[in-house]
Design a protein around this ligand. Structure first.
Ligand code: UD1
Length: 427
């Protein structure tokens, strides 16, 4: 087993580059299933979730080749995928986004049989809205003991209305509808940058999708999708995590290869804490010299403050001067990591979906766990700001979503290393 060992209080200086967006990549890769020809995808992040979804596609019969051995550029030939059944249960259970295979296979074959998805389980994650979208298009959905089965005689373009804004259900509805005859309208669609990225990718293959990034997405079904070369957008949450890390540790870092508009809500809240954020065409500079000020944060679907930045901000605000309030409005509960922050001295009281944070500057190192991907990122941020040494175990969660996190943070002056240890010996 490996853990991160971080000695805190080093200020961060220099430049850091952001990788391709995880949540776009894990939808775009399954979308290739819909094409009749090979596609090339560039700016892929080198993270566990991407290697798992590529392995699933290979298992299904796709040919997957890294171009010139570069893991950020992959050619996927889906023509060998001839069955609607996904049989690699273990791989599918390793990640949440494997549910995109439902929409992609339904769109390609008119039916799908996919094992239950896994992934970060910070709270219950239903898929009723995904199934509602498939049913609206004409599919019958059966929940089997270990699999989800979708069947259809004939799919037809229809109006899909979501009563909760869901990223995954919006993406799955797009995947299922893109080749369905007629016009599909998705009402109350999610507007996250990766929704727009998936639509742009599908349109590059010949789809006819309009309105992605607004509340209403309109799709005219096309008969076939062809090859394309497509570059994935930068990861908004990876960028936001490094912005929060610089704010927590102090320093001055240029965060490159980002789309600053995607970071607007994060930038606004960092500015509330007294952190300076300068915006350039494809970079942001984060400067934190003075004591951090408290602020209030409420998570919302895009363009609101992203829930996937909530744990990192709670960690950051634990080190700010004064009382902050963070309200989680996307997930029913997403505060299970707070006891880990308390081990480091954070003073936080939870009340339902609100965390009251009484900020202080003297967090201290402790032995903590990464409970999930973003909770793990929060531990890293707290550790960078804390006095002494923090050991973070269960780092496999962090590595699901952050490419080369040790190398990137070390390059700007963090004292972070990976240590292998024997389970039950020092834990
Ligand atoms: C995606 C992200 C995840 C992020 C979340 C919200 C991926 C792989 N994951 O997850 O990191 O935290 O968006 O930005 O992209 N809901 C239902 N029924 C459903 C689906 C969702 O009630 O069928 C509810 C959820 O319980 C939640 C809300 O809708 O309260 C938003 O969830 P959703 O946007 O669907 O999250 P995911 O797409 O699973």
């Amino acid at each position: 087993m490996d853990k991160f060992v971080i000695n805190g209080r080093n200020k961060l200086y220099g430049e850091i580059s952001v990788s391709g967006a995880k949540n776009a990549a894990v939808a775009i890769i399954p979308a290739v299933v819909l094409a009749d020809e090979p596609c090339v995808i560039e700016n892929l992040p080198k993270i566990k979730d991407v290697s798992v979804i590529l392995s699933i596609l290979k298992h299904m019969g796709a040919e997957v080749t890294f171009i010139d051995g570069d893991e950020s550029r992959v050619r996927i030939d889906p023509t060998g995928i001839t069955s609607h059944k996904v049989t690699c249960d273990k791989l599918v259970g390793d990640m949440r986004a494997s549910y995109y295979l439902l929409g992609a296979l339904l769109g390609k074959f008119g039916k799908a049989l996919v094992p239950f998805p896994g992934g970060c389980s910070f709270c219950e994650r239903p898929i009723n809205l995904h199934l509602k979208a498939f049913e609206t298009l004409g599919a019958a959905c059966n929940i089997l003991p270990t699999h989800i089965e979708l069947m259809s005689d004939k799919l037809e373009g229809r109006q899909i209305y979501f009563d909760v804004v869901s990223v995954g259900a919006t993406m799955n509805a797009m995947l299922a509808a893109v080749k369905v005859p007629g016009k599909t309208v998705i009402d109350r669609a999610a507007k996250e940058p990766h929704i727009v990225d998936l639509a742009n990718f599908l349109n590059s293959m010949g789809a006819n999708i309009k309105g992605a990034g607004t509340d209403v997405i309109k799709i005219r079904g096309v008969e076939r999708l062809h090859s394309c070369t497509y570059s994935i957008i930068p990861d908004q949450i990876e960028a936001g995590t490094y912005m929060a890390a610089v704010a927590a540790a102090g320093g001055n870092v240029l965060i490159k290869d980002v789309i600053p508009e995607h970071l607007d809500s994060i930038t606004a809240k960092l500015r509330d804490t007294g952190t300076i954020v300068e915006e350039y065409d494809e970079a942001v500079r984060v400067i934190r010299e003075d004591e951090l000020k408290s602020c209030n944060v409420k998570t919302m679907p895009h363009p609101g403050f992203p829930t996937d930045m909530q744990p990192q901000f709670v960690a950051l605000l634990s080190t700010a001067h004064g009382r902050s309030r963070v309200m989680e409005c996307v997930w029913e509960s997403r505060f299970s990591y707070i006891p880990q922050l308390r081990k480091m001295g954070a003073d936080i009281i939870e009340n339902g979906n609100i965390a009251h944070i009484y900020g202080k500057q003297d967090l201290c190192g402790a032995k903590v766990h990464a409970l999930d991907l973003r909770a793990g990122a929060a531990m890293v941020i707290a550790a960078l700001a804390a006095y002494g040494t923090t050991e973070i175990s269960d780092i496999r969660y962090i590595e699901r979503g952050y490419e080369k996190i040790i190398e990137k943070l070390s390059s700007i002056g963090a004292d972070i290393r990976r240590v292998t240890y024997k389970e039950n010996v020092d834990e």
